[in-house]
Structures are given as structure tokens and as C-alpha cells.
Design a protein around this ligand. Structure first.
Ligand code: FAD
Length: 432
């Protein structure tokens, strides 16, 4: 089949890879001049989510104070944003949290296997580093994490619960003063560079052939008629003389993997997904003092701020800002940006003082899509020729590899390698 994939982030490129591996011809359309320039560029490093990373559960916005829960609420929050927060808050209830994580778990394992296969096949190096140490400030927060810690046991996720002294002994950059409650170490999980991986996969696809990358091209709409699907390209700036024929590409199927850009494309077809855009920040800071720099990634477990080392720099990611969906394309405003970046700087100072030169750090912000039930949106939608792969929230880096495989299996008419209840829980039409 000929398949068009809209979006050249990790989700689009991983889907293209899997489609090609299944024997299809693929065309990836990306509006930027190269791949991995959207949310994928700003990743925090964590490859696969544990129950401590998913964006739902007992610690999600458990406190109303921005400085405590790591999420900044922008003023002017409208009704749909409030509704979205309310729905996610329902998953703070431990049983609901456990149920939802249980549905996600097979996708996590599929993603792990899929990535391992891709890495082994091409011997890829993308700044992989083993080990993540999640740190918890207070006894109250430690208690809030109990359901997540229970899921680690239930799903036999390899981990170690550590006292503050054990944390400091394992990771020399962590101090025991001021006091904190403890940590959870995942020595078999890892961090890695998502944009680098995406570019390496593109390179292998360029070499192998069978996948065309149309870069610098924006899809303005999708057309679905009968047995064919087409995408219409927005006119290139200064190319007004091009004929309409050239601006439409036809295929047997279209996959929408356009991150935050997926929503307007689907809405124009009449599919309104209740996903909410969330702005996240990163700081990339040079290491200040080598002896203070961590050798494993440090994660502030409740504020969900990840600090991962990549060569001679630290990448600090988090600082979420909740705002109305309609405001997401407008600049955030200096005060809110400052507040979000301050959360990142403070977490770095709190956990690994002296490690990073925050004053000269480079800031970045990006938008990711979150669903109100915490699960991504993967599968067929509206028409037999239309597929969606979006809404991975804070966990799209590694999950994109499994979800790309899932979409490729569905398009090829194969049986996806996840249980039927997981498949149903990911379907785009589940929100009806
Ligand atoms: C600051 C930050 C930190 C994060 N940390 C982590 C982490 O530690 N671990 C983790 O697993 N996940 C993390 N995430 C989430 C993860 O980065 C995303 O889930 C993932 O990158 C989503 O990939 P994507 O391909 O769906 O979206 P994107 O990377 O946004 O890609 C979508 C692409 O589609 C293109 N596009 C959009 N509309 C159109 C159109 N109409 N025509 C053509 N092209 C279009 C865009 O230009 C873009 O390149 C983080 C996200 C952010 C922002």
C-alpha cells in the first residue's frame, strides 16, 4: 500500500519505519525543514514510562500550589480546560489509576521490544544512559506515591526503594541535607536522546529507500473518498503559481501523527478529540562542577521534573503550564514562562546543588497532547483509510515505537501484539 504519514516527530518517523518494514511505500509529510522539531525535540530523556511517570494518578496536581505540584495554571483557564483537569483528577483514585496503567502496560512492553529490535538491527547510538533515580521530598508525598509503588510490585517492574542515605550513596551528587523522604531507583530503565534517535531512523530509511520525506510541506487538509485517501498541501510561501494538482497527494491510507497539529486536521474531518495541549519547558545547562554532576538521571517524582545528563550538559525538563486550548498558539507571557523555568532551576538546585550553570541555560518550550484518560490515541478513525497516532502526553519518546508498530499492524491487516482491551482503550472513537 501507499501510506502518507503526517508529522515527522518520533511518532511519525517510528510509524514510517514500521510501515516500511511491513512492506508498504511511505511518504512522510513534515512542515519543518527537518524531522524532530516539535515536542520530540524537547524530550526530557526518559525512554519508557513507569507508574511514576504517567500523567495521571494520585500525584497528578495533588496540591493546589504550583510550586508543589510542578504545574503552573495560567490565568484565564476556560470551561473545557477545567473539565479536562476534572476528568484527569478522577484517575487520582488508586483503583482507577491502577486500571488505566494496566491498560497502558502492554503498549510499554511492546515499545520496549520494538526499540530493542530497531537498536539491534542498526547498532544505533543515541546517548543511552542506564538508570533513573526518582526522589521524593516529604513523607506525605511518599505516601501519595504508594499506589504507584504498588503497581511496580504488581507488574514486577525492576526497582529499588532507597532511603535518603542510600540515594546519596548510590548517586554522589544527591545530598541528604535538607532532609527528604527517599527515592526509587530504576537501574534497568534509561534515558536517551529522542531527536537523535528520530534522525538516525530517518537516515536508515533514506538509505534503504521506500520512504519519501517531504520536508517543509504543511498538510492543510485530509480528503477521504471511497477507497482512496489524499492530503492537500498548504501553498508554499511564494509559490502561488503551482497548480492545485501538485498540491494534493493520494494514497491508500493516511496516518495522522502530527502531535499537537493533529487536532485541527481531524476536526476538519469532523472528529473532535478531547485531547488537551500542555506546554512544557526544558533548560539545557552546562555542567558547573563535574564533581556535583549526576551519573544517573534524577527525577523529582512529584513535580515530574527530569534532569538527565547528555555529554557535558544537563537537560532539565518539566515546568508544565495548563492553559486554555485556544491560547496555546499565543506567546505564554514573560511572567508565566519565568515561573515555569524557575520550577526547573529550583528542582536542580534542590536535588543536585552546584551541578548546573542555570544562569546560562538555554530555555525551550514545546506542546504535547494529553488525553483526559491518560492514554494515547492510536488506531483507525472515521474511515477505513484513516489512522491516528497521537496524544502520548509526557511519555511519547519510547511509546512512539510501539504505537508505530501497532498502527503498521492495523494497516497491514495483522493482529497487533497487545490485548484486545488495550487496543480498545487506545481507539480514537473511545471518547464517544
Ligand atoms: C519539554 C518536554 C519534555 C518531554 N519529556 C519526555 C520524556 O522525558 N519522555 C517521554 O517519553 N516523553 C517526553 N515528552 C513527550 C514527548 O516528547 C512527546 O510525547 C513526543 O515527542 C510526541 O511525538 P510526536 O511525534 O507525536 O509529536 P511531535 O514531536 O510534536 O511531532 C509532530 C510533528 O508534526 C508536524 N506537523 C504538525 N502539523 C502538521 C501539518 N499540518 N503538516 C505537516 N506537519 C505537521 C510538526 O511540525 C511536528 O514535527 C516531553 C515533551 C516535552 C514538550
Amino acid at each position: 500500500m501507499d501510506v502518507i504519514v503526517i508529522g515527522g516527530g518520533i511518532a511519525g518517523v517510528a510509524t514510517a519505519y514500521q510501515l516500511r518494514a511491513a512492506g508498504h511505500r511511505v511518504c512522510v509529510v513534515e512542515r519543518h525543514a527537518t524531522v524532530a522539531q516539535g515536542a520530540t525535540y524537547g524530550h526530557g530523556g526518559t525512554v519508557l514510562p513507569t507508574p511514576l511517570d504517567v500523567w495521571f494518578g494520585p500525584t497528578f496536581m495533588a496540591s493546589r500550589q504550583n510550586a508543589r505540584n510542578g504545574v503552573v495554571n495560567k490565568a484565564g483557564f476556560n470551561g473545557s480546560a477545567r473539565q479536562f483537569v476534572k476528568q484527569l483528577a478522577e484517575l487520582q483514585e488508586p483503583n482507577a489509576f491502577g486500571h488505566q496503567y494496566g491498560l497502558l502496560r502492554p503498549l510499554i512492553e511492546l515499545s520496549r521490544d520494538t526499540m530493542a529490535d530497531m537498536e539491534a538491527r542498526f547498532g544505533l547510538e543515541f546517548e543511552q544512559t542506564s538508570g533513573l533515580l526518582y526522589l521524593v521530598r516529604s513523607e506525605q508525598e511518599w505516601e501519595q506515591l504508594r499506589p504507584a509503588r504498588g503497581l511496580l510490585q504488581l507488574f514486577e517492574v525492576p526497582h529499588h526503594e532507597l532511603t535518603p542515605e542510600q540515594c546519596a550513596a548510590f548517586e554522589h551528587s544527591v545530598r541528604t541535607e535538607p532532609e527528604f523522604a527517599g527515592g526509587v531507583l530504576f537501574d534497568q530503565e534509561r534515558t536517551a536522546n529522542a531527536p537523535l534517535f528520530t534522525k538516525l531512523i530517518k537516515q536508515t530509511l533514506d538509505t534503504q529507500g521506500g520512504v519519501q520525506f517531504m520536508l517543509g510541506c504543511e498538510v492543510s487538509s485530509i480528503r477521504l473518498d471511497g477507497q482512496r485517501a489524499s492530503v492537500e498541501l498548504a501553498p508554499q510561501p511564494g509559490a502561488s503559481s503551482r497548480s492545485r494538482e501538485v498540491d494534493v497527494i493520494h494514497a491508500d491510507a493516511v496516518v495522522v501523527a502530527a502531535g499537537h497539529g493533529s487536532l485541527p486536521l481531524l476536526e476538519r474531518l469532523g472528529l473532535r478529540l478531547p485531547l488537551h495541549p500542555l506546554r512544557l519547558h526544558t533548560l539545557v545547562a552546562p555542567i558547573a562542577h563535574e564533581e556535583c554532576a549526576p551519573h544517573v538521571a534524577i527525577v523529582d517524582a512529584v513535580k515530574r521534573i527530569a534532569i538527565s545528563r547528555m555529554n557535558h550538559r544537563l537537560r532539565i525538563a518539566g515546568g508544565a503550564v495548563l492553559q486554555s486550548a485556544g491560547q496555546i498558539d499565543k506567546p505564554l507571557g514573560e511572567a508565566v514562562t519565568k515561573e515555569a523555568l524557575a520550577l526547573l532551576g529550583q528542582a536542580t538546585h534542590d536535588w543536585i546543588p552546584g551541578a548546573a550553570r542555570i544562569s546560562v541555560a538555554l530555555p525551550w518550550e514545546g506542546v504535547k497532547l494529553l488525553s483526559p484518560d491518560g492514554l494515547p490515541v492510536i488506531g483507525n478513525a472515521l474511515h477505513p483509510r484513516l489512522f491516528v497516532n497521537a496524544g502520548h502526553g509526557p511519555a511519547g519518546w519510547g511509546l512512539a515505537c510501539g504505537s508505530g508498530k501497532l498502527v503498521a499492524d492495523l494497516i497491514s491487516g495483522g493482529t497487533p501484539d497487545v490485548p484486545v482491551d488495550t487496543l480498545a482503550a487506545l481507539r480514537p472513537d473511545r471518547f464517544k
